[in-house]
Ligand binder design. Structure first.
Ligand code: GLV
Ligand code: MG
Length: 349
């Protein structure tokens, strides 16, 4: 017996009166998902100024919010949603995990009060497609009850060993899937990795160069997250949803943060989390395609107007495949240009 829905069934609303699921994700710029703690009044008062400076604002209700502030955080997030207009900046929340005492009220209260403003729910500690199916059905019921006009999307955090095992099934679980982020802290704990960091490298994880007499040997540090990010990117892009890096916890080391963001960007990720204002700037820099790359990519597209054949540009061979690579970069630059006039000028768009 088949375990998957028919193609027709896949796109059927899961409750009578719920909006039609998207067949394609809406185009949106999401270079950084900026995390804020909504129980803090001073933070709430600054949201208006923050909206034009970030691509996504996320009200965090899960880890880092103390247990006795969970309800204040939820109420604070609803207040933020009610009191602000977000324009083309996304409004997301990270709810508590499915087995917590707060999840059900997080989702039901938020959708009932600000469901028409909410773009995406980030779901932590997703283990398999069953977690997505549950939230998918619940959201459809709430959307129907509260007359929500557009589907609220789900973004999963990949942060358990079981979740990594099931990553492809999670990515294809529902047309409500927006994408996925790496959760390196929980994932490290779940896997039994011997680290105490939130993302980034580790000085002991490396390859020692070959012995050469008495010469001192260098340990070349490797990227601890390469395997997981690559697996997540394939699962996401193979299902037309978006892969993201996640948190980088050492705010004092912007060089290491930039390097980690850049590896994720080059491997296919479209954005990251920002947990500190300094990371907003870093994320903008890294997740907006490089100006020289964009200008070169534009030359490739211009040199091959129908995307076929082979030409030489500056001694480098271009063909149908490099045309597609160039299109990825130019398409992303065009989205950046719609939000960022300075980048539009630099990209000559
Ligand atoms: C994020 O939630 C993480 O666990 O790294
Ligand atoms: Mg986590």
């Amino acid at each position: 017996m088949s375990q998957t829905k028919t193609p027709q069934g896949f796109y059927k609303p899961l409750a009578i009166g719920a909006p039609e699921p998207y067949r394609q994700l809406p185009v949106s710029l999401e270079r950084m998902i900026h995390f804020i703690p909504p129980h803090i009044e001073k933070i709430r008062s600054k949201i208006g100024d923050m909206i034009p400076k970030v691509d996504v604002i996320l009200g965090n209700l899960e880890d880092a919010i103390p247990a006795d502030e969970k309800e204040n955080a939820r109420a604070g997030f609803i207040e933020i949603g009610e009191n602000n207009e977000f324009g083309n900046t996304g409004l997301w929340t990270r709810v508590n995990c499915l087995n917590s005492p707060w999840f059900l009220d997080d989702v039901t209260e938020i959708v009932s009060k600000i469901g028409n403003k909410l773009d995406v729910i980030m779901l932590p500690k997703v283990e398999g497609p069953w977690d997505i199916h549950y939230l998918d059905q619940l959201l459809a019921q709430l959307e129907a009850r509260h007359e929500i006009k557009k589907p609220i999307l789900i973004h999963a955090i990949l942060e358990t060993a079981e979740g990594v095992n099931n990553v492809e099934d999670i990515a294809s679980a529902s047309p409500r899937m927006h994408g996925m982020s790496l959760g390196p802290a929980d994932l490290a704990a779940s896997r039994g990795m011997k680290t105490t960091r939130v993302g980034g490298g580790h000085p002991f994880y490396g390859v020692l160069e070959d012995a050469d007499g008495d010469k001192e040997r260098t340990l070349y540090q490797q990227d601890l997250w390469h395997y997981t990010i690559a697996k997540m990117v394939d699962a996401c892009m193979g299902n037309s949803i978006k892969p993201f890096y996640g948190p980088f916890g050492d705010f004092s080391d912007s060089d290491a943060c930039r390097a980690q963001f850049r590896n994720a960007f080059l491997q296919g990720c479209l954005g990251t989390w920002s947990l500190h204002p300094s990371q907003i700037t870093l994320a903008k820099e890294v997740f907006s395609p490089n100006v020289d790359e964009v200008l070169f990519a534009k030359r490739i597209l211009e040199a091959m107007p129908d995307g076929t054949g082979a030409v030489m540009l500056d001694g480098k061979m271009q063909d149908d495949a490099t045309w597609k690579q160039a299109k990825v970069i130019v398409d992303l630059a065009k989205i950046v240009a719609t939000k960022d006039p300075e980048m539009a000028k630099a990209y000559e768009m």
